[in-house]
Design a protein around this ligand. Structure first.
Ligand code: 4AD
Length: 454
């Protein structure tokens, strides 16, 4: 017999022939008339399949009595139009196999009631069984596939940059060191200090300067001790890199990519988005629609500082030119001033990384951050310094040892071209999409300071 998932069956019901489904029981209740109603979910969609068990036509009563929230079953039966509210079809079961029972139903951690996000983080191995985490998981998958779709359709080639690296791309010293546990030797495995990558960018640049348009999409790691709702020690980043390109090209690509992802979600993933609209953030759908319908704003860092200084707001971090924008400033700019997504460009060189291209004023670099209401920065990128003498001078003034980056400097000696790229944080984007305010709730097993249970 062909097996279907619940999403397929609810989309295109196959009526009047036996079908089999597998899943986990959400709820189970028995009426006085001797009918048991099981709500079954298999992760394929938010909706459950209602399974109706008529006790009088069912020999195996023992199994029915053991059905509780959380247990795993295989159910076979026919789909029929449902008389009840909330579903168009239901299954009249002819056989139910209890595949995995719940040991102590009263202490099963995911009871059919509302749980706080804090509580669910403590049971991260079971939280995908809740509606919210099921929906996040499907949206995370959809966004990842849409990223590939958009970039592939635009002629980008996906490359796999290394996870273990010898360099600190951002130069911020927030590295996790990697070492092998040799009993007999304390020598570095690579004969050189090695780290988990903070960004695939430097390696991506090498490939961009041969393949034109490439991207890397994988996990990145930061040992920053920021226990905030926007930072993870392990997060996923999408990093496109384009040759023969300047800052406006990067801005255009960022906006095109984000709008494509969100339009597709609105078209094909309404049910999950509606769940967030109903239970997490009532502005979720209108916010996403607004993002697609309006051009993003652009302003330079200098203009942003001017706006902040004239905002009549008191900020915890006083505003002056040269300040690294804090979350309170980013929120003001995107939520109160522009009221939409805004690119801030041309930051002071003193607060940005060594690889960013120096502008003609020699004070600012061709950088861009995209700020969105509710989340702040979700994209950070720049045109890269493609002029060898300027790059060398910048590294020297920042005290960066050129030795380990010889290969990177060589890229400027051998066929250098204007190029640039950006990093889009997958989890920040998912927070923006769902309205979830804590980044720990959009990644399956979050890694944060003092937290690595799984
Ligand atoms: O601005 P960042 O640090 O840029 C880079 O790493 C560049 N090398 C990317 C590039 O140009 N190829 O990070 C880019 C994005 C941020 O805008 C944010 O969305 C996300 O990565 N991000 C984090 N997300 C979660 N937790 C953290 N600790 C993050 N740090 C950055």
């Amino acid at each position: 017999m062909k097996q279907y998932n619940i999403h397929q069956l609810l989309q295109n019901p196959i009526l009047n022939e036996p079908v089999t489904v597998h899943g986990w029981v959400k709820t189970c209740r028995t009426s006085k008339a001797g009918i048991t109603f099981v709500q079954l979910n298999d992760g394929s969609c938010l909706n459950n399949l209602q399974i109706v068990v008529q006790h009088h036509s069912f020999a195996n009563h023992e199994t029915i009595e053991q059905l509780t929230t959380g247990c795993a079953i295989t159910a076979t039966g026919s789909l029929v139009p449902s008389l009840g509210k909330g579903q168009s079809v239901e299954m009249q079961a002819t056989a139910i196999i209890l595949v995995g029972a719940i040991e102590h139903p009263a202490s099963y951690p995911i009871q059919p009631k509302k749980h706080s996000f804090e509580y669910l983080r403590e049971v991260a191995h079971l939280r995908p069984r809740t509606n919210t985490f099921g929906a996040v998981t499907r949206l995370r998958n959809a966004v990842s596939m849409l990223v590939h779709q958009y970039l592939q359709d635009s002629g980008f080639i996906w490359i796999h940059t290394p996870i273990i690296t010898a360099n600190d791309c951002e130069g911020a010293g927030q590295l996790f060191q990697v070492s092998a546990q040799h009993k007999e030797s304390t020598r570095d495995f690579f004969g050189h200090p090695a780290y988990l990558t903070v960004s695939g960018q430097l390696n991506a640049e090498a490939y961009c300067l041969a393949m034109n348009k490439i991207y890397t999409f994988g996990p990145t790691f930061r040992a920053e001790n920021s226990n905030t709702s926007r930072h993870l020690a392990e997060f996923w980043m999408i990093e496109p890199e384009i040759a023969f390109a300047q800052l406006p090209d990067l801005i255009e690509l960022s906006e095109g990519l984000l709008k494509y992802i969100i339009e597709q979600l609105l078209t094909h993933h309404q049910t999950d988005l509606q769940w967030f609209n109903q239970t997490v953030d009532p502005t979720c759908l209108s916010r996403l629609e607004h993002l697609c319908q309006h051009a993003f704003t652009q302003m330079t860092y200098t203009e942003a500082i001017h706006q902040l200084q004239h905002s009549k707001k008191t900020f915890e971090f006083p505003v002056q030119w040269g300040l690294d924008l804090q979350s309170e400033h980013e929120r003001y700019l995107s939520e109160e001033w522009c009221k939409k997504a805004v690119f801030i460009t041309d930051y002071p060189k003193s607060i940005k990384s060594f690889y960013m291209r120096m502008n003609d004023d020699e004070q600012t670099v061709a950088a861009m951050d995209l700020l969105v209401p509710g989340m702040g920065e979700i994209i950070g990128g720049s045109q890269r310094e493609d002029r060898l003498p300027v790059l060398k001078e910048r590294m020297q003034s920042l005290g960066i040892n050129p030795e380990p980056l010889q290969w990177y400097l060589e890229l400027r000696q051998y066929g250098s071209v204007p190029h640039g790229g950006f990093g889009l944080g997958l989890e920040r984007l998912l927070c923006y999409i769902t309205g979830l305010t804590n980044i720990r709730d959009v990644i399956p097993f979050p890694r944060t300071p003092n937290h690595i249970k799984y």
